[in-house]
Design a protein around this ligand. Sequence first.
Ligand SMILES: [Zn+2]
Ligand SMILES: [Zn+2]
Ligand SMILES: [Zn+2]
Length: 364
Amino acid sequence: MYLKEYKNEFEEALNTNQRELRELMKAMEVKYNERLATLKMHQEMYVRNAAEIKKVREVVEQMKSTADVAGKENEKLCGEIKTLGKEIKDSATQQQTSFANMVKTNMNKNAGRDVPEFKKRAPIVVKPRTKQTSEKTKQDLNNKINPNELKITDIKTGQNGVMIIESVNVDERDKIKEIMDTNISDGYEIKIPRDYKPKLFITGMSLGKCNDELIECLKKQNQCLEKGEVKIIRQYNVKNKNNSYYNAIIEVDEESFNNTLKCDKLNIGWERCKVYDGVDVTTCFKCKGYNHKAAECKNDEVCAKCLGNHKSTGCVNPPINKCINCIKSNEKLKLGLDINHQCKSRQCPVYLKHLNAKKQRLGY
Ligand SMILES: [Zn+2]
Ligand SMILES: [Zn+2]
Ligand SMILES: [Zn+2]
């Protein structure tokens, strides 16, 4: 009975224990679940944060690459601007060159050759003793001299009945002169004009030389001038902001002239200097016009710098870079020439017109 009593009590205790255990386990489960929930929450938070971080990282990467692209774009743009600048500069130089070429081609076209070439001439000038028409001169020649046996290459008429007769060579010319002297000298003056020797313009010599020294250099160092006649007309020093050099104008025989211009450059000392046709148009110091000298000028004084009515030296006005000869030509002949160049420019269309006319007269 005692045991029975204990057994019941024990069973009861066991049940209570079991119940308590169950409750405890339930409580534990609840706690665990709570913990798990918290953990889950934390895990979710972690995942969320990781995703956020990933996003931020992506954004950063994107920003970095955008910056790179922007940098590259910027670089590309700079490059493009640079290229464009270069292209503009190139096209400007090209335009300049093409203008220079245009003038050159134009000159060459007028000369009829690639390189100016000088022909040997043998002219005679027939000048009436009193002013008359060229018809009268021709009539007199027809009546008194038979040209059939004479080797004449060209006939030009000048002013006041003057005629210029060109023959094949000096011997033939002398023969014609003799015939003219005997037949028409009472009414006419028969003259042989002073020989025009072609001139060369040499530029860019660093060192100044005396004339004899320069002639020696030219003849000994250059095959094209070795056997030629060389005479120095003048030498002068050119000084500008950056450098100082010497130019020379020399007179040579026709053959040396033609050969030298084909060479393009001459050896002078230890330098190769550019050489050009030295033919030039007389420019008036007073009015800046062509083909006359200041001493015989009837025009007003013109300042080369500001085109004012005063001497160029000492002019305090700002330079206007306009050409008086082109302005005058436009006023007089309505040619519509570009006037935006200096009075003394070698590219001035009026200068080029006079230059070509002179070349024709000289027998290019
Ligand atoms: Zn003048
Ligand atoms: Zn002035
Ligand atoms: Zn001009």
